[in-house]
Write a protein that binds this ligand. Structure first.
Ligand code: NAD
Ligand code: MG
Length: 396
């Protein structure tokens, strides 16, 4: 079997580490070709020692110098580079077979787009890419013959429950609804008064999943589910009214597809990201992922609830920007990144996240998503406005 060369964008993050764990289990099939991180040099160095990648990338020259020194002392041949251009280069080189897009936030857009434009197999965890530039990104995938495999657990579940040729149109395939499940996060039953008091530590303690801090906060506000509605729209060409969010606190059903004949096909499993990661890596085959088998007797019961759009305003905002189209989703995404970072820094209360996002959307209606430049400009404008509103303490 020929080994596949994999570039991991965001190797030190939660998805990156799980990806490396799957690679570790299948050294005959996969090689970590390039490992890209931001600033965690210690962790990246440890990964280099174990996986001996050809390339490693960090944020800047200083961090790169540190990593070069440590690699040299350890006798590693890993070539170290830095910056955004290096990420795009290592996502698109001819030797690369597949790219795991697992950078968090807008920073992942350019390298992931480069991978699509190079016709790679793109395993997409970085949902913000589709939220910001869904039209452009899907266009690049189709035009350059890239293979796009969703890693986000819900979208991976939907992908598994759809026929292989779903791109001929969900209508044609008899799809009536996409049932996008949501755990509801740690504050599913909290009152608005309780939500007003939430601390970053509470928001980052997800009941079912261990994830990075940004996505954990997004899960607590249901912004994550909102971003996933937009992600599903682009991945499956699904109109917003076809996508129904279903709160399912056990996180056993990772999502489902309802068909016109009354069938509902769902994918179930323990909440462990190595399942969708391994599925994307081996598709259309299946490989062991080190995941505990699901014990339905232990699970016992499955519950489902309708989402509360009033307490979790961010979910409504996501449907709103999807209807607005153009750069509106990029504006929401940018405002939300600033809002979440400010909340984590203690500068914004938990409910201020939705209020700030809404205020930015009121002031910036968005325009057409013509080019990457349009998206980047809308993103920058939204960040600047969100930052200004926080500095003015509008939502403190
Ligand atoms: P994380 O915070 O744990 O890791 C983020 C990674 O991105 C790190 O390796 C970091 O070094 C890198 N990074 C951050 N900023 C960067 C920058 N400016 N330039 C280059 N690299 C940068 O995040 P995560 O939980 O692994 O999530 C990664 C992505 O996957 C997110 O888009 C998230 O929404 C998505 N996702 C995560 C999960 C999960 O279970 N963790 C599930 C579904 C989707
Ligand atoms: Mg998800």
């Amino acid at each position: 079997m020929t080994q596949q060369n994999i570039t991991i964008l965001g190797s030190t993050g939660s998805i990156g580490v799980s990806t490396l764990d799957v690679i570790r289990r299948h050294p005959d099939r996969y090689r970590a070709y390039a490992l890209c991180a931001h600033s965690q040099v210690d962790k990246l160095f440890e990964q280099c020692v174990e996986f001996r990648p050809v390339f490693a990338v960090v944020r800047d020259e200083q961090l790169a110098a540190q990593l070069v020194e440590r690699c040299r002392a350890a006798g590693l041949c890993t070539e170290v580079s830095h910056g955004t251009a290096a990420l795009a280069d290592l996502a698109s080189r001819p030797e690369v077979d597949a790219v795991m897009a697992a950078i968090v936030g807008a920073a992942g857009l350019e390298p992931t787009l480069a991978a699509a434009r190079a016709g790679k197999k793109v395993m997409l965890a970085n949902k913000e890419v589709l939220v910001m530039a869904g039209e452009l990104f899907m266009h690049a995938v189709h035009e350059h013959g890239a293979t796009l495999l969703p890693v986000d657990s819900e979208h991976n579940a939907i992908f598994q429950a759809l026929p292989v040729d779903f791109s001929r149109g969900l209508d044609q395939c008899g799809v009536q609804k996409i049932l996008l499940t949501a755990s509801g996060g740690p504050f599913r039953n909290a009152s608005l008064d309780d939500l007003a008091q939430v601390t970053p530590e509470q928001a980052c303690a997800h009941p079912n999943w261990v994830m990075g801090r940004k996505i954990s906060v997004d899960s607590a506000t249901l912004m994550n589910k909102g971003l996933e509605v937009i992600e599903a729209h682009w991945l499956f060409s699904a109109p917003p009214e076809l996508i129904q969010v279903v709160v399912h606190p056990q996180s056993v059903i990772h999502s489902a597809v309802q068909y016109v004949d009354g069938s509902v096909l769902a994918q179930l499993g323990n909440p462990d990201m190595r399942t969708p990661i391994a599925y994307a890596m081996a598709w259309p085959e299946r490989i062991a992922a080190g995941v505990e088998p699901l014990d339905l007797f232990k699970v016992g019961r499955l519950d489902f609830f309708e989402p509360d759009f009033k307490r979790f305003r961010c979910l409504q905002l996501a449907y709103d920007v999807l209807h607005r189209g153009g750069t509106a989703p990029a504006i929401l995404n940018a405002a939300n990144e600033v809002a979440v970072a400010s909340f984590l820094d203690g500068l914004l209360p938990f409910l201020g996240i939705a209020r700030l996002n809404e205020a930015v959307l009121e002031r910036l209606p968005g325009g057409p998503e013509g080019s990457l430049g349009d998206v980047v400009a809308a993103d920058a404008e939204a960040r600047a406005l969100a930052g200004q509103l926080i500095r003015d303490r509008c939502f403190a």
